[in-house]
Unconditional design. Structure first.
Length: 273
């Protein structure tokens, strides 16, 4: 798929995120918009998946460890054909297939239930190790938040992935620099992220998380790397695509009002931010 096509899909996904969160009157727009391009290239270009057979045994797996960014994943899944887009308007409603955080038992295309931060990498390790033991060639991807990697379990899982040489595992860090309480370095400094993962035995790649060419190159390098897991530190912008949301911590978990949503959608459509 060509870059302009991916950009157009990402634009549609961002609009769907805004509409869904606005309709729900709750949710997490900032971190959903920052990981949109990452999820778009994975589901439309890189992952071996079949929307008509979500439980296809040899499919690639994805774990959204930063589960509060579920609106982005739901928007991508609906765009990819896993379920009708009309379901997005039911986000966070009782009995909806789209809960506030991913639930693999209710949503087609989900490989793991997530939301408790810090746990997703452990689950992804298990999937990757299972592939090795079963002699399967599917790959496992896990999306991490940069506030999330302050959790100790992440580093136990990082050590485990390197120990078992899980080269079929790729972690992608949505490195937007903000978390619910403010800037990462003010809440709990996590730098240097690259040196930490290298010290734990990982292959480390840095990329612009909104540049499809860089993401494509990074994902291909990860696939070609043998003997160790890879993390792609993707530099992103929280609230990407909406000027009044970009780099604003206040939009971590606040839904836009009707007028704000309309303005946001107009900006996304024009590609101004």
């Amino acid at each position: 798929m060509k870059i302009p096509e991916l950009k157009n899909i990402a634009k549609n996904v961002r609009i769907n995120i805004i509409e869904a969160v606005s309709a729900a009157k709750s949710g997490h727009p900032g971190g959903s918009l920052s990981c949109t391009d990452i999820l778009t290239i994975l589901y439309f270009e890189k992952m071996n998946i079949d929307p008509n057979n979500p439980k296809y045994e040899d499919r690639d797996r994805l774990v959204l460890s930063k589960g509060h960014a579920a609106p982005a994943l739901y928007a991508v899944l609906s765009e990819r054909g896993y379920f009708p887009k009309e379901e997005l308007k039911k986000l966070r409603k009782i009995n909806s297939m789209l809960q506030g955080h991913p639930d693999m038992k209710s949503t087609p295309g989900l490989d793991m239930t997530t939301g408790s931060l810090g746990q997703g990498l452990s689950a992804a390790n298990g999937m990757a190790l299972a592939a090795k033991l079963d002699k399967k060639d599917y790959r496992v991807y896990v999306i991490l938040g940069d506030g999330e990697i302050e959790e100790g379990q992440i580093w136990e899982a990082a050590m485990t992935a390197a120990h078992y040489k899980l080269d079929n595992l790729t972690a992608i860090l949505d490195n937007n620099g903000l978390q619910i309480d403010g800037k990462n370095e003010e809440v709990m400094n996590i730098q240097p992220i690259d040196e930490k993962f290298r010290a734990f035995g990982w292959n480390v790649i840095e990329a612009d998380g909104h540049n499809f060419e860089e993401l494509d190159k990074a994902l291909e390098e990860a696939k070609a790397t043998k003997g160790k897991p890879t993390i792609i530190i993707a530099k992103t912008i929280k609230g990407k695509g909406v000027s009044f949301m970009e780099n604003q911590v206040g939009w971590h978990g606040v839904a836009p009002k009707k007028e704000e949503a309309e303005k946001a959608i107009e900006e996304i459509e024009r590609g101004e931010a």
